[in-house]
Design a protein around this ligand. Structure first.
Ligand code: ZN
Length: 279
């Protein structure tokens, strides 16, 4: 039985049907209320999800979701990881993953506001991998086993800041407060027919900006986990923003402004709607 793990008011919840179920309560106190601890117990969530009864503690439509992984120890971002995006930027396909950091203070929830800190703030819809175990040196063939689930992310990026130094400082430009919306839930891999081939879209207001499939990744999820875990120990709740496809604003000189709405959808995971506001 698959699970969808969310966060409401700082408590881990399971989403099922139209209801939201408090994890600690519906596991009879066996599983934790802290969403970070719940990610680490992802193997036990399947059974709780299968046994849910009743209408739940609240209706999905009535709650505001906090970030499903509120305090990741590490957040990796991968640059230029879709063939389509690498082609539109005109650079050669990278020989190794281009890795940067988003600092965890940028994380917000799936309907939170994004504050526009600069005039060249851009959208980047991304599939986000949620690590589920403390691991090191993971072989590619074992990589799917160390994942708690998948979620949606926006790798919001301020391009002027990004290119204000040489080499560019991706880390800072992508780490302004609120520049890391994730959610709405961590979705277990057994939810998907093929977790390596999911449709991903990004709309700004009513206009479709990005439309791709995750099977277009240059470095796929096993490659990324193997590569990163060969360098540092991965922890439950660590996030990998796997890269964005073509269609970002910088290529056309169009950027986000206060009042815009960014809608990010990934097949089988769900939708985030983030409104842009002035700082
Ligand atoms: Zn990105």
């Amino acid at each position: 039985m698959s699970f969808r793990l969310g966060n409401v008011d700082g408590r881990a919840v399971l989403l099922s049907g139209v209801g939201v179920y408090d994890l600690e309560r519906h596991s009879g106190g066996k599983l934790p209320s802290d969403p970070m601890a719940a990610v680490a117990r992802h193997a036990d969530l399947h059974g709780v999800a299968a046994g849910l009864t009743g209408e739940g503690d609240a209706k999905l439509a009535d709650v505001t979701f906090a970030p499903c992984v509120p305090r990741p120890q590490k957040i990796f971002g991968i640059g230029l990881n879709y063939r389509s995006h690498a082609e539109e930027t005109g650079v050669e396909l990278p020989a190794n993953p281009v890795v940067f950091t988003k600092f965890p203070s940028c994380i917000v929830g799936p309907t939170d506001e994004v504050k526009i800190y600069g005039p060249t703030t851009d959208w980047e819809a991304e599939l986000v991998v949620v690590i589920g175990a403390r691991v090191r040196d993971v072989a590619k063939e074992n990589a799917w086993d160390v994942i708690a689930g998948l979620t949606c992310g926006q790798d919001v990026s301020e391009r002027t800041t990004q290119f204000a130094a040489k080499p560019p400082h991706f880390d800072l430009a992508k780490s302004f407060d609120t520049y890391g919306p994730i959610g709405p839930a961590v979705v277990s891999l057994d939810q998907f027919d093929n977790p390596a081939d999911l449709a991903l879209t990004c709309d700004v207001n009513e206009e479709r900006k990005q439309d791709a499939r995750t099977s277009d990744l240059i470095f796929d999820i096993p490659h990324l986990i193997s590569y990163l875990s060969g360098i540092c120990t991965l922890e439950p709740g660590d996030l990998i923003f796997t890269g964005t496809p073509s269609g970002v604003g910088v290529m056309k000189g169009t950027f986000l402004k206060p009042g815009d709405t960014v809608t990010t959808t990934i097949e089988g995971i769900g939708t985030m709607v983030n409104r842009c506001v002035a700082v």
